[in-house]
Design a binder for this molecule. Structure first.
Ligand code: GUN
Ligand code: ZN
Length: 451
């Protein structure tokens, strides 16, 4: 196993939580209200400021107003760049970071030949520790502060992910990935072993630091009734757990599922039978959903993780966004690394925009809607909307400072406009990893880009 090639960030030497106030001055964008429902959902401040006190948002407004509130605060002048809430990835696979970019395959082919052999390597805990470091660096260095992560099929590897997340200070909800069918034998667990290992991980990591536990049946095709019953029991025993899995990703999946679950009327009904669909459920993809499934997802307040880059890369389909909106089904963005094309959640927002422009039932996302999908919508999917997702006073100061790299096209655009609408849409179109200047979780700096 090669040693880590990503920089080992300094040990967790976090910003001290003193009573002093720090002001960050920059263009600021956030969406405290849903721009799909409110025309004033997007707040854009060209010369804005965020005041941070003890890791919390003490104020967010025009710089002059914030400065007047806190005349003694230390001011960091980030003009020329902009600040958005910490990005939220609602669907990403930890063991797949090293296989990102394997294009040209269908889901089934990609799982068999690329993803599952890679995932099997995490049986080695030492390998898992290095991959966990690479993975967490990938998130933080792209401005992602919160993620719902598919762990590994191995308890030790999943523990390594939690440990690295705690070390880095990110908000991670994750868990052991469960399967007892279909996949290569070294990735399968017996249901009773799955239960025992999940209980151990829940006890150790759920609610610790910024970590939460998710129950993760990989997908209905790889889980027997007994494993789905294990998931049901785990959620019954601890109602604050999240449930995440895949659904309706490819057109023929449901037909295959019927061989396992002949009574199922649709894909969702399999998860419903085991009480897996509720406010804390995040189901990835949902490209080939039937109307009844969308309606029931909305009634149960469940969320869908929309992963447009992965959907296009695997040729799985185009997300029926307008149908989700019409049904009132909540959705947020996910990268689906390694089937996805990178850790950038803003890139997912752009891909969502591009695909919806040319979709059969086309729609045109606004910059405010795109930002909302990348931030606040994810917070809602993870039931964290009272803590993160926008810059409302009192919330945790989770944020990304983006500053256009010298010589970049984004730099050219920013140099020639003060129109906040154009700045945000240019950011969503052009921002890449090299723009990420500073990333904070609860006021703590968790990543600093090169100056
Ligand atoms: N369905 C089951 N496993 C996977 C996975 O790893 N990635 C994607 N995109 N779909 C899946
Ligand atoms: Zn996935």
């Amino acid at each position: 196993m090669a040693t880590a090639t990503v920089p080992r960030l300094r040990e967790k030497k976090l910003t001290p939580h003193t009573e002093s106030v720090e002001i960050l001055r920059a263009a600021i964008f956030h969406t405290p209200k849903n721009p799909f429902q409110h025309s004033d959902g997007l707040i854009a401040l060209t010369d804005g400021a965020i005041a941070i006190k003890a890791g919390r948002i003490a104020a967010c407004d025009d710089y002059i107003a914030v400065r007047a509130l806190f005349p003694d605060a230390v001011v960091r002048d980030y003009r020329g760049g902009c600040i958005v809430p910490g990005l939220i990835d609602t669907h990403v696979h930890f063991p797949q970071v090293r296989i990102t970019g394997a294009l040209g395959r269908s889901l089934e082919d990609w799982l068999e030949t690329v993803a599952l052999p890679e995932e099997a390597k995490l049986a080695d805990p030492a390998a898992a520790r290095v991959v966990a470091r690479e993975f967490m660096h990938g998130l933080a260095s792209h401005g992602t502060t919160t993620a719902l992560v598919f762990g590994a099929h191995f308890a030790e590897a999943t523990a390594a992910l939690f440990k690295e997340a705690e070390h880095r200070g990110l908000r991670i909800t994750s868990g052991l990935v469960l399967s007892d069918l279909l996949l290569r034998p070294d990735l399968l667990q017996k249901p009773e072993v799955a239960y025992r290992e999940c209980k151990g991980l829940i006890e150790q990591y759920h609610g610790r630091a910024r970590l939460c536990y998710a129950v993760i049946p990989r997908f209905a095709l790889s889980t027997s009734q007994a494993t789905l019953e294990v998931c049901q029991t785990l959620l019954r025993e601890e109602s604050s757990l999240t449930l995440t899995t895949h659904i309706n990703e490819t057109p023929d999946e449901f037909e295959r599922l019927k061989a396992l679950y002949p009574w199922a009327n649709d894909y969702l009904s399999v998860y419903e039978k085991y009480d897996l669909v509720g406010r804390r459920s995040v189901l990835a993809h949902n490209l080939h959903a039937r109307d009844g499934e969308l309606k029931r997802l909305a009634e149960r307040n469940a969320s869908v993780a929309h992963c447009p880059c992965s959907n296009a890369a695997l040729g799985s389909g185009v997300f029926p966004m307008q149908r989700h909106i019409d049904a009132g089904t909540h959705f947020a963005l996910g990268t689906d690394i390694g089937a996805g094309t990178g850790f950038g959640i803003l890139k997912e927002a752009l891909q969502a925009y591009l695909l919806q422009r040319v979709a059969h039932t086309s729609m045109t996302l606004t910059p405010g809607q795109m930002l909302w999908l990348a931030t606040r919508a994810g917070a809602e999917a993870l039931s964290l909307e009272n803590e993160i997702g926008d810059f409302t006073t009192g919330k945790a100061a989770d944020l990304v400072y983006m500053r256009p790299a010298q010589g970049s096209t984004l730099h050219t655009v920013f140099t020639h406009t003060e129109d906040p609408a154009l700045m945000l849409s240019a950011l969503l179109t052009l921002a890449e990893q090299d723009c990420v200047g500073e990333v904070r979780v609860e006021g703590d700096v968790v990543f600093e880009g090169k100056p």
